[in-house]
Design a protein around this ligand. Structure first.
Ligand code: AMP
Ligand code: MN
Ligand code: MN
Ligand code: MN
Length: 280
């Protein structure tokens, strides 16, 4: 699979710089890479600049936080225009929401006797829970980022602060305004029953959503097949993305994904900027 259409850099909660991500993806055989940081597009240009030396196409992307019936849902935008005022305005709103939540998380941590986290807000213009998890690990309050989530940051934990992200239809509108397509990310990770997932897909399609992330890291062939059938039933295209965040021993590289099942219409099907001139 030469495509990886869902990855993160240090511009959100990934651990590699855009340049290092491009190098790691190229080494893993990825030829078309979408950089899709949470609620920000600032890493795309640096990735593009680095990609020239690696014979790689970088797709301008973003993973936008949205709300559906009380659930946080992630919508990956692909092939977006980086200068679009509507998208930039929408992402600006999200940065404000993230900063407010970041301050509230730091206050909760201080109340728990874990002091100093407010400094993160200056260092990270688009602050996320991943930054707090890393800081809690670095300062010895947790053994790993995963444990930091378990101890402090997950829903139900003492430093969890709920957020009202914009509704899913609004987010799809921003991505379309920027000429991009809207992909419902990692559909198996929302802890929804089959019926509720279908309701989410109905809402997403009614809002103009374009594609479903059918292939992602960690899914087995059965799950990929089920998602491919859902995409077909709902008239959605299919995307493939690893959701790569870190260079850890158990998750060394981006890419490494299964091919899209036969019968899927690929999200890049009618988007020349997402296709390779050499046809691979
Ligand atoms: P945020 O958008 O700031 O609320 O952060 C969401 C991100 O945190 C996700 O994209 C994951 O990368 C990460 N995350 C969420 N829950 C966990 C968890 N339980 N363990 C590790 N990382 C998590
Ligand atoms: Mn993340
Ligand atoms: Mn996500
Ligand atoms: Mn992601």
């Amino acid at each position: 699979m030469y495509y990886d259409l869902h990855t993160h850099t240090v511009c959100s909660d990934g651990r590699l710089t855009p340049e290092a991500l491009v190098a790691a993806a190229a080494a893993a055989g990825v030829r078309v890479l979408a950089v899709t940081d949470h609620d920000t597009i600032v890493g795309v240009e640096a990735a593009r600049a680095a990609a020239g030396g690696h014979d790689m196409t970088v797709v301008a992307g973003v993973e936008v936080s949205a709300m559906w019936e009380g659930h946080t849902i992630h919508v990956v935008g692909l092939d977006v225009c980086l200068d679009d005022a509507v998208l930039k305005g929408g992402l600006g709103t999200l940065h404000g929401i993230r900063a407010d939540r970041g301050r509230a998380i730091a206050e909760r941590l201080t109340a728990l006797g874990v002091c100093g986290a407010e400094g993160l807000l200056e260092r990270h213009p688009v602050i996320g829970r991943g930054h707090f998890a890393q800081w809690l690990t670095d300062t010895g309050h947790a053994r790993s980022r995963t444990q930091a989530f378990k101890l402090f940051l997950e829903r139900g934990r003492a430093a969890y602060v709920g957020v009202e992200w914009p509704p899913i239809g609004e987010v799809v509108g921003w991505l379309h305004a920027a000429g991009g397509c809207a992909v419902l990310a990692h559909p198996t990770r929302y802890t929804l029953s089959g019926g509720r997932l279908r309701q989410l897909l109905s809402t997403f399609v009614a809002a103009g959503g374009d594609a479903l992330e059918v292939v992602s890291a960690g899914l087995d062939a059965g799950e990929i097949g089920r998602l491919a059938r859902l995409a077909a039933q709902f008239g959605l295209r299919a995307s493939a993305g690893s959701d790569f965040h870190d260079a850890l021993p158990w998750r060394k590289t981006p890419g490494g994904l299964a091919d899209l099942p036969a019968g899927c219409v690929a999200v890049w099907h009618d988007r020349p900027r997402m296709q390779r001139a050499d046809g691979i």
